[in-house]
Write a protein that binds this ligand. Structure first.
Ligand SMILES: O=P(O)(O)OP(=O)(O)OP(=O)(O)OC[C@H]1O[C@@H](n2cnc3c(O)ncnc32)[C@H](O)[C@@H]1O
Ligand SMILES: [Mg+2]
Length: 218
């Protein structure tokens, strides 16, 4: 049985400012107060999983246990087909200790170049997000979302974070880095539930339908 969130407050189990902003925006219509793991001074657990889902669960359970509140974690990344899915779950680690995503994006482009993958159809990629909502008593709700597109080079736009400037979703002419966060989320709520554009918004819409109830729209 899936569980509804009845608590008025949850922890967003992330130390990534870009993600935190997006998750807060997505949570806004549900009237849930969201405190971050950083604000609570919670430690960052080691991401020892081999899948996005495992890592999301590690982060959510650690935060729920440490805070005594329900915790929502997101583990995400970009998987480039011609690179056999790299950087995938290593997307954050490709940024290095300095979190240098300019260098990480250049590495993606250089690896594609080295394999002779110059045409758009050879540069297919997907952004993936696994969400885990964990309660202190051990109950978890898990969901994944993905969006397909192509890797572009050079990077375009400075509105997002991470790999946004090199990812252009299918049926769009602009990269996530060129979109406002509303466009990137692309979220639409209806009586049937929610739809979204970004990996995170798609996963969130599904999780919301299961656990958060009706959005209160302006
Ligand atoms: O684990 P937390 O504390 O949440 O923060 P993190 O940055 O380490 O997050 P992940 O372990 O999930 O790594 C995901 C990386 O993938 C990239 N990424 C994920 N979602 C993205 C998005 O919507 N736009 C651009 N890059 C994204 C970004 O560089 C992240 O650092
Ligand atoms: Mg991480």
């Amino acid at each position: 049985m899936s569980r509804r969130l009845t608590e008025p407050k949850l922890v967003v189990a992330t130390h990534n400012a870009g993600k935190l902003r997006e998750i807060r925006e997505l949570l806004a219509p549900f009237g849930v107060e969201a405190v971050s793991a950083g604000e609570l001074g919670l430690p960052e657990p080691e991401e020892t999983g081999t899948t996005f889902a495992e890592n999301a669960r590690i982060k959510a359970e650690a935060a729920a246990t440490a805070s005594g509140l329900p915790a929502l974690a997101d583990d995400s990344g970009i998987a480039v087909m011609a690179l056999w899915g790299a950087p995938g779950i290593f997307s954050a680690r490709w940024g290095g200790p300095q979190k240098d995503f300019g260098a990480a994006m250049a590495r993606v482009a250089a690896d594609l170049e080295a394999r002779g993958k110059t045409e758009p159809q050879q540069r297919r990629a997907a952004f993936v997000a696994a969400l885990c909502l964990a309660w202190p008593d051990g109950h978890v709700e898990e969901i994944e979302g993905a969006v397909e597109g192509i890797v572009v080079w050079p990077p375009r736009g400075d509105r997002g974070f991470g790999y946004d400037p090199i990812f252009q979703p299918d049926d769009h002419q602009r990269t996530f880095g060129e979109m406002s966060s509303e466009e990137k989320h692309g979220i639409r709520w209806s009586a049937e539930g929610g739809t979204g554009l970004s990996h995170r918004a798609r996963a969130f819409a599904a999780l919301a339908g299961r656990c958060l109830g009706e959005p209160v729209l302006p």
